[in-house]
Design a protein around this ligand. Structure first.
Ligand code: AMP
Ligand code: MG
Length: 412
């Protein structure tokens, strides 16, 4: 058996990083920039009002209350050349250009209408009050997004505000997913004796999609060497990485292991990783260049193996700065006994943030056998238990956070 880190380091080192390309903004969420993005302009481009109120000269209202003559009204988008003279005010809405001559805005809540087209300013406002200066968000000539940034919705908003329609990013790898096994079926038809439904492929397709990557469904492949060879050849032609499940153990029909060692040549490595679940793992390069992850067939092993090996490797291919799930410390609410066996155990667990903001490991989320996928569905983290007797209630435990949206007390 080899340690988890050694297996992962080997895989990460073998996976190529994708080439850069230009992408339109709607297709760039989650992609990683390959060059820094500079601003050619100030945002906002002109001084505008932060409030609905009155644009005025601060000096005119140095002693308040003060009465000003309302000479005009400007809305957001109003491009007219409007001016404010001494003793004057202009009604102004949020986002409207501040008229020439005005140096402050008094919010409408601090005013009341006066007689004969006047307004009474009830409190004095200092120069610059409620005025958004040009460039106060983004200054022309500055870097707004560094190279190597995974683009969030807010980044896309920033880039759009600069008028850019495309960004230079690393092309996300297209990932093919297939299941192997003569026993696998899909759909509602009653199962013949010995058959089960394919849960891994829908799960792995979704895991790839959740990682923000394009995915191709290559279906169920029977335990047949020629059929598997054909599908892998097709995948190597059309995709950048392949994820298979099943057929990597030591059984008679574990043909994935056999076919991969044939088609990947010396790049194929069949590993026994010192973890539970997900001990067996095959990895190689199709045609010497397309990474193929041979994940185990047991559903829990399959998803844990994806989390520990395939996801970080696919993120590396896409140029991501952070490859691993966040590793946090949680206080165990219950004993988590285990036996020493030379392996790191990865438990499916429920964690929550309590009212004081502390992370608590509540309990295992269900049966922990490698066929018991239900507990994975009910988990929001994997607890990492080093070899030994296991932590006791009150101990600090390392957890890999899988789902921050389900972290809070009562989030279910
Ligand atoms: P294998 O790795 O092919 O030996 O499969 C190990 C176990 O996982 C067996 O019980 C298989 O029936 C089961 N299994 C394999 N592939 C899938 C799948 N796609 N969905 C659900 N169970 C599977
Ligand atoms: Mg099988």
């Amino acid at each position: 058996m080899i340690p988890l880190e050694e297996a992962r380091d080997f895989i990460l080192a073998s996976c190529p990083v994708m080439a850069p390309e230009q992408r339109r903004l709607p297709d760039a969420l989650g992609c990683v920039t390959t060059s820094s993005i500079m601003s050619a302009e100030d945002v906002p481009p002109f001084a505008n009002s932060a409030m609905d109120g009155y644009a005025l000269r601060a000096a005119d209202v140095a002693s308040a209350p003060a009465s000003l003559r309302v000479v005009d009204s400007v809305m957001a988008g109003d491009g007219r050349d409007v001016r404010v003279g001494p003793g004057e005010a202009v009604r102004i809405m949020t986002g409207a250009p501040v008229p020439a001559g005005a140096d402050a805005v008094c919010m409408v809540e601090l005013t009341r209408p006066g007689p004969d087209g006047t307004v009474v300013i009830e409190e004095s406002v200092g120069p610059g009050m409620s005025v958004r200066e040009p460039g106060s968000d983004i200054r022309a000539g500055t870097e707004v997004v560094a190279a190597g940034t995974a683009l969030t919705p807010a980044h896309l908003g920033v880039v759009a505000r600069l008028g850019l329609e495309t960004v230079d990013v690393r092309r996300p790898p297209t990932v093919a997913v297939l299941s192997t096994g003569d026993e696998l079926r899909e759909g509602p038809a009653p199962l013949p004796r010995g058959a089960i439904r394919d849960g891994n492929r829908p799960m792995l397709l979704a895991l790839v999609a959740e990682a923000g990557l394009p995915v191709v469904d290559l279906g169920i492949v029977p335990d047949d060497e020629a059929a598997l060879r054909d599908v892998l050849a097709e995948a190597a032609r059309t995709c950048d990485a392949v994820v298979t499940s099943g057929g990597v153990s030591v059984g008679d029909l574990d043909i994935v292991r056999m076919v991969l060692s044939e088609v990947c040549g010396p790049s194929m490595r069949w590993m026994q990783v010192a973890i539970k679940p997900a001990k067996p793992l095959a990895f190689g390069l199709l045609d010497g260049r397309v990474p193929v992850f041979g994940l185990p067939g047991n559903p829990v092993s399959s998803i844990v193996s994806f989390e520990l090996f395939a996801r970080p490797a696919l993120r590396k291919m896409g140029g991501h700065p952070g490859l691993l799930r966040p590793s946090l410390r949680a206080t165990a609410e219950v004993d988590l006994p285990r036996r020493p066996d030379g392996k790191v155990h990865l438990l499916r667990v429920a964690v929550e943030v309590d009212a004081a903001g502390r992370l608590r490991l509540l309990h295992p989320s269900g049966g922990q056998d490698s066929h018991q996928l239900r507990a994975m569905a009910d988990a929001n983290a994997l607890a990492v238990l080093p070899d030994g007797e296991g932590p006791a209630a009150g101990d600090d435990v390392e957890v890999l956070l899988l789902d921050a949206d389900r972290l809070f007390a009562g989030a279910g």
